[in-house]
Ligand binder design. Structure first.
Ligand code: XUL
Length: 413
């Protein structure tokens, strides 16, 4: 009999875990929300989290599976984690930076601009992404500058996925697919780019784990591609979570000329395209709460009461500073009187605004006639309708509630 597989998803809001048997049937699941996904900050660019909170979440989720009768010892454990955040430890394994900048942190925007100026087009061509404030290269450069003593004491820098892997399996490597989201890896060699690393610090490469392709711990997005069974080119996946993410396995490598999209590794070989929209489900939830309606109204009624196109009324929720396109956190921006409009008009305006923005910024990745929808909001009839119309594609909601955790369970090893 084959072994039980366990998949962990160390996401922004909490840890999810699921166990599947050798026929991939769901046996048990656990969910552990964090008390606080990131610590409060007066500076909206700063988004830092306690790395130990992630590990406590992992331990609690695994303990919960055990309580449900899952034999965790002896199971094959894989993991997925929010991408891009960096964790810093000394040679004894102690944190040299108490709080880790996560993917929502944009405080390293100046460093990202500096890297972009210094490396120009080469940054995109070599690493698959323009220099991003939320990626490791800029985060590390900022740490080198703001706390050189703590940086000098740092012996190892991890992504969240490799940090969790080291905790669960004792591994000391990092996954190729997730490492591609650091602005530090040369896609063509699959190794650290010496020039970029040395520019940040001559010591940097000595602090980075070895990149491998068989570590079953990767980013939540590469894992979602696996969980949705979309690792062959032709089908796109839209994951509707804290952020909305559009991704697809790639035939060959191409880059986003506008510089918003990324090329990451596909866990089953080759590469994947990815574009991230920071104001995703959390933004929709905030709009829903502010309008005082329930999910049924948000997901269905609002769309039955309004028509496609919404009479030209569009709105964009910028509760967090947006990545795609660059936009500060200014709240709702609408081309109509938001306060005077009915909830249904506001809801359609937001969803159509988000989806048309997504269409505009993902053309570089190709045309897809089939889109799989993952994440809690995949159930929304309104989102399904708008996505199908704007992308002129068949939209298929994925029937697993946590595609990232499932993908993690199924990662090859
Ligand atoms: C992708 C991105 C986010 C995080 C969230 O580039 O920044 O989707 O992975 O988990």
């Amino acid at each position: 009999m084959g072994k039980m597989r366990i998949g962990l998803d160390v996401s922004t809001q909490g840890v999810k875990a699921l166990a599947v048997d050798s026929s991939r049937h769901l046996v048990a699941r656990a969910s552990v929300p964090y008390p606080e996904p990131y610590r409060p900050s007066d500076d909206e660019r700063v988004r830092e989290a306690d790395p130990q909170m992630w590990l406590r979440g992992v331990d609690a989720a695994l303990a919960n599976l055990c309580e449900q009768g899952v034999k965790v010892d002896g199971a094959l454990i894989g993991g997925s984690a929010q991408q891009h955040g960096t964790v810093y430890r000394d040679r004894h394994g102690n944190l040299t930076r108490r709080y880790a900048p996560i993917w929502m942190d944009t405080s390293a925007w100046r460093e990202a601009e500096e890297l972009e100026r210094h490396f120009g087009e080469e940054m995109l061509r070599r690493t698959g992404s323009r220099a991003q404030a939320r990626f490791a290269a800029a985060q590390i450069l900022r740490f080198v500058r703001t706390d050189p003593v703590a940086f000098a004491a740092t012996a190892r820098i991890d992504l969240v996925s490799s940090y969790v892997a080291s905790h669960v399996t004792g591994s000391d490597t990092i996954d190729f697919s997730d490492a591609a989201g650091m602005n530090l890896m040369d896609l063509s060699t699959g190794d650290w780019d010496a020039e970029i690393c040395d520019y940040i610090s001559p010591d940097l490469r000595a602090k980075l784990p070895r990149i491998v392709r068989d570590l079953p711990f990767t980013g939540d997005n590469p894992a979602t591609l696996v969980g949705c069974g979309a690792t062959e080119p032709g089908t796109a996946v839209i994951s509707l979570g804290t952020s909305d993410v559009f991704m697809a396995a790639m035939d060959g490598v191409c880059f986003d000329p506008q510089g918003y999209g990324h090329v990451f590794g596909n866990p089953l070989g080759g590469f994947m395209s990815l574009t991230c929209f920071k104001n995703g489900s959390l933004a929709r939830d905030r709009v829903r709460r502010e309008l005082g309606v329930d999910w049924r109204f948000f997901d269905e009624t609002a769309f039955a009461k309004t028509s496609p196109g919404n009479g030209g009324f569009r709105a964009f929720p910028y509760f967090e500073s947006e990545i795609t396109p660059d936009h500060p956190a200014t709240g709702i921006e609408a081309n109509f009187d938001w306060k005077a409009a009915s909830p249904e008009v506001c809801i359609r305006a937001v969803v159509e605004g988000q989806v048309t923005n997504m269409r505009e910024h993902t053309r570089w990745a190709g045309v897809f006639r089939r889109i799989m929808l993952a994440g809690g909001a995949a159930r929304s009839k309104g989102l399904q309708e708008v996505l199908a119309r704007v992308f002129e594609a068949e939209v298929v909601p994925v029937d697993v509630s946590d595609a990232a955790a499932l993908g993690a369970a199924l990662l090859p090893r």
